[in-house]
Design a protein around this ligand. Structure first.
Ligand code: TXA
Ligand code: MG
Length: 359
């Protein structure tokens, strides 16, 4: 199959030719990749089971990993979910559109394969004009996971999508690089207490400010050891996820200890003839100045430790850069889990798949 890439220039309206082309494919039961403010999504008509099934095939995604349904207005939540708890209304009022996915009781007419057979459905209203106009023009909610091959890093540009899914899908809408760079926060409201299934674009601090005294259960997903492909307590929450090709080891601890351990790891790997990807913060650079420009070492900076937004925006591009440079090992430093830094640290821990060095 030939994959077309259509650039969508602002101002975007449901009448924009690229959006119309996308909407026609969606209505015909086909897949369309599109930008959101978090990462690119791979969309299908959420109410068409056969179209939804194509997502799993195109990504090589296991059918027990549920999809998020994307809507274009807060009210459209009622088209896919029912029996909303009071907390859902407060979160929708504050965070839709935005990088928050709510897991809610699923309406009967939403095909079970959207939710991997679960009685719930993940719903999110993206804050991106291309995503919103595509959903509007198609006239149906869109089931959409991130538009990458299963377990690879999520795409933040149309080029990332093309690299993973070229030849497997008919159309990519190119809306430029995504703003946030990591996926949405997932909050499960279907049980007795809200459960944070995945930290993401909306910080836990912000959610806590909205829900007040309500206690949020944080689902612990880093059992450590074991098979990295094992499914964890939340469906689809595999430990090895968001992973670059080379094994990534994550160094956690006090700054000077982390730098010393990274230097030692790099020296060992150099001696072993490895090609090394080094993922650091701007303030770490002086410690590695001697290796700038060394052809065996690719240095990627997530920016300043105090700017987790920048780290989120850069993370997946840097991991894909390491893939393109064909590094054979990656050493990364942990991020302070504050604000969106918690999402960055979560993705690093999963990319590390258990290779975490605590100093
Ligand atoms: O920012 C995002 O959320 C992006 C953009 C495209 O919207 N989407 C995304 O989708 O990250 P995906 O498929 O890569 O991650 C969806 C995850 C699933 O792996 C699962 O863990 C969780 O969302 N999920 C979806 N529906 C669920 C449900 N009914 N119950 C529990 N978890 C659910
Ligand atoms: Mg994904």
């Amino acid at each position: 199959m030939e994959t077309r890439v259509l650039h969508v220039a602002p101002p975007v309206t449901p009448q924009s030719p690229a959006v119309q082309a996308g909407a026609a494919l969606i209505r015909a039961g086909e897949l369309v990749a599109f930008p959101t403010e978090t990462v690119y999504g791979l969309g299908a008509n959420a109410l068409d089971a056969a179209a939804v099934a194509k997502i799993f095939t195109a990504k090589g995604r296991p059918i027990h990993d549920p999809l998020i349904v994307h809507i274009a207005s807060p009210d459209q939540v009622h088209a896919v979910a029912e029996r909303l708890p009071p907390l859902a209304y407060a979160l929708i009022a504050a965070c839709f559109p935005g990088a928050l996915t709510l897991v809610l009781p699923r309406r009967q007419h939403v095909p079970p394969n959207v939710s991997a057979g679960l009685p719930t459905v993940g719903v999110r209203m993206p804050a991106h004009p291309v995503a919103l106009t595509l959903i509007e023009a198609a006239g149906v909610p869109l089931a959409a996971p991130s538009a990458n091959l299963f377990a690879h890093t999520s795409p933040t540009t149309a080029a990332h999508v093309l690299a993973d899914l070229g030849g497997r899908i008919p159309l990519i809408l190119d809306g430029g690089a995504t703003d946030i760079g990591v996926e949405s926060t997932i909050l499960d409201l279907s049980g007795e207490h809200p459960r944070l299934l995945r930290p993401g674009g909306v910080s836990l601090e912000r959610i806590q400010a909205i829900v007040g005294d309500v206690k949020i259960e944080i689902v612990q997903r880093y059992a450590g050891g074991g098979d990295p492909m094992d499914s964890l307590p939340a469906p689809g929450m595999f430990l090895k996820h968001y992973a670059p090709h080379a094994p990534l080891s994550l160094y956690e601890g006090e700054d000077s200890a982390v730098r010393a351990a990274l230097q030692q790891a790099v020296n060992g790997a150099r001696a072993a003839g490895e090609r090394i990807g080094l993922l650091i913060l701007e303030e770490d650079r002086p410690a590695f100045a001697a290796w700038e420009g060394n052809p065996q070492i690719v240095i990627g900076s997530l920016g300043k430790g105090a700017s987790p937004d920048q780290a989120a925006a850069r993370l997946y591009t840097l991991l894909r850069h390491f893939d393109a440079a064909e590094v054979t090992v990656i050493f990364a430093r942990a991020m302070p889990p504050v604000g969106i830094g918690a999402a960055v640290q979560d993705r690093l821990m999963r990319a590390a798949a258990g290779r975490i060095i605590r100093l």
